[in-house]
Design a protein around this ligand. Structure first.
Ligand code: ADQ
Length: 500
């Protein structure tokens, strides 16, 4: 993977993220009483996505990764000063852990990050909770992260912040560090329009925190435009150059740019090639799906932004208005429980269960169950097998920064035959272009029609569309995204040096 990375003149990188790339945990040996002598430490390593993609880069650059440590095994594996070398068997870089109390995790993670910023950025205004105490905790935890960064940088360091958990940290680093590291931030979720963002009582401080960065990346240009407008109109004394994507504030310049993220297309394709049809048949058998019943797939975290109830209602509408589809296909929802400490997520889970029960009892027969919910944890190869052998997939978020499931589904189509139904409101819709079957997830009738269309599409058209999509996903994969981000930082740094 790292072979494809262009040679970088960046050689000192500090990544800062909420989640850590390696997690230690105790494993029970035998059936003893759990005393220390009978336990050993195991390490969970990154599987898939950004963390897995960034890990080899960090190994190559011998960088530092700052994240919060979680639990007793993490503590026992970490030195006094919070450091642990990873990967454990052949150390290449430093994982720098910081510790948070339960109260801090509540206020910062389950609180402000996921009850204020997450719904705000996804335009779910009715679900936002702007709680003063949670906000102060968020700011304090950001201060903790910033202090760790300050301890680990010099003038040559590129600091890379990940996501909405760390909006305040960049400005603190800029103000408190005696050196001038290059600060880069990637925001993985949408940036809303000013009309939504100004509702956030802390909008000034969030924006100013982010304007501590030298470069901020978003998935698509619309989020960049929204951010530029928020900065121009909500932060006093800013100068914004919309054409060049530059914001000047407090004597410092921040560049804003789109870097559409991709997936590890080659390895997904290999896993999909390796997934054989007999494993697929036994998956179907395990879930009481007939050998000749077609399958439409959905893979999501159980999050209210993913449009799962809306999708289930479109399916219900289809089976109701076109009964000839009853018994013809099963919809398989792979859903992973997520953030279930938060009431809105518990309500969503209940609602999903309710609709599935209703639809299954309304249309189901002894031979056929319309909807199957799979909540078991599937290995990546099995997931790629599901992608490959299902007839169609529905990715219908109400709002999504990018959505990588859509791209993983395309990368898995080694037989060039699966149809992707994709929401117009996902960032990946802009990235994938016109060869997908588009849907507005709020439009139940059109959604049902798209499912009908996916299942009746002629083979030649499926092949044609899939080939075009696969090319796109391969040309814009995860390593090319990493390259673009690092190159963007490097270029800007050179420009800064030339100016000073
Ligand atoms: P997420 O909201 O988590 O990520 P997404 O990009 O769809 O959304 O998924 C990330 C990864 O999780 C994918 O690799 C996918 O395979 C895996 N995944 C999701 N549901 C799963 C399930 N039920 N079982 C197994 N694996 C599952 C956030 C933003 C997105 C953005 C990413 C990356 O919300 O918009 O694309 O970050 O920037």
């Amino acid at each position: 993977e790292t072979e494809s990375l262009a040679p970088l003149s960046i050689d000192n990188v500090v990544v800062v993220s909420n989640r850590q790339p390696y997690r230690h945990r105790y494993e029970q040996n035998g059936d003893g009483d759990g005393s220390r002598a009978e336990r050993s430490i195991a390490v969970d390593r990154p599987t898939g996505g950004l963390t897995a993609g960034l890990d080899p880069v960090m190994q190559k650059l011998n960088g530092t990764w700052i994240a919060w440590g979680d639990g007793e095994a993490d503590r026992d594996a970490t030195s006094e000063d919070g450091q642990v070398s990873v990967p454990p068997e052949e150390p290449e870089y430093t994982l720098q852990r910081l510790w948070l109390t339960d109260k801090e995790i509540d206020g910062y993670y389950y609180g402000y990050s996921n009850r204020a910023l997450w719904p705000l950025c996804h335009l779910a205004m009715g679900r936002t909770v702007f709680d003063g105490e949670q906000w102060r905790t968020y700011r304090r935890v950001n201060q903790k992260f910033a202090e760790k960064v300050v301890d680990n940088v010099d003038d040559d360091t590129v600091v890379w912040f990940q996501d909405y958990h760390l909006a305040c940290a960049p400005r603190t680093v800029r103000l408190q560090s005696s050196s001038s590291p290059f600060l880069l931030h990637f925001w993985h979720i949408p940036w809303p329009s000013i009309d939504a963002f100004r509702a956030c009582p802390q909008h000034q401080e969030i924006l100013k925190g982010l304007l501590g960065n030298d470069l901020i990346g978003f998935h698509v240009t619309q989020y960049c435009r929204n951010f530029l407008e928020c900065a121009a109109r909500l932060v006093e004394e800013t100068e914004v150059d919309y054409d060049r994507g530059l914001i000047r504030h407090d004597g410092h310049e921040t560049a804003v740019s789109a870097f559409p993220m991709g997936v590890e297309a080659d390895s997904i394709e290999q896993l999909s090639e390796a997934a054989d049809e007999s494993a697929w048949q036994s998956f179907k058998h395990r879930h009481a799906i007939g050998p000749n019943t077609r399958v439409v797939l959905g893979v999501d975290r159980l999050d209210y932004t993913k449009g799962i109830p809306e999708r289930l209602e479109a399916l219900e509408h289809l089976w109701n208005t076109q009964p000839e589809w009853q018994g013809q296909f099963t919809y398989v929802q792979k859903g992973t429980e997520s953030r279930s400490e938060i009431p809105a997520y518990q309500r969503l889970q209940n609602r999903v269960d309710e609709i599935i029960d209703r639809v299954n009892s309304r249309f189901g027969t002894d031979e056929w169950q319309p909807i199957v919910l799979v909540d078991e944890n599937l290995p990546r190869k099995t997931l790629c097998g599901l992608y490959r052998y299902s007839d169609a997939a529905i990715v219908s978020p109400l709002r999504d920064g990018m959505n990588l499931v859509a791209q993983e589904y395309i990368a898995s189509q080694v037989d060039d035959d699966g149809v992707l139904i994709l929401s117009e409101l996902a960032g990946s819709h802009e990235a994938l272009g016109d060869a997908v079957l588009s849907v507005n997830p709020y439009d139940t009738e059109a959604h049902a029609k798209a499912i009908d269309q996916a299942l009746t599409m002629p083979a030649a058209e499926r092949r044609n569309r899939t080939r075009r999509l696969r090319r796109r996903v391969h040309n814009n994969d995860l390593s090319s995204w990493l390259n673009d981000v690092f190159e963007g930082a490097q270029q800007l740094r050179e420009e800064q040096e030339a100016k000073s």
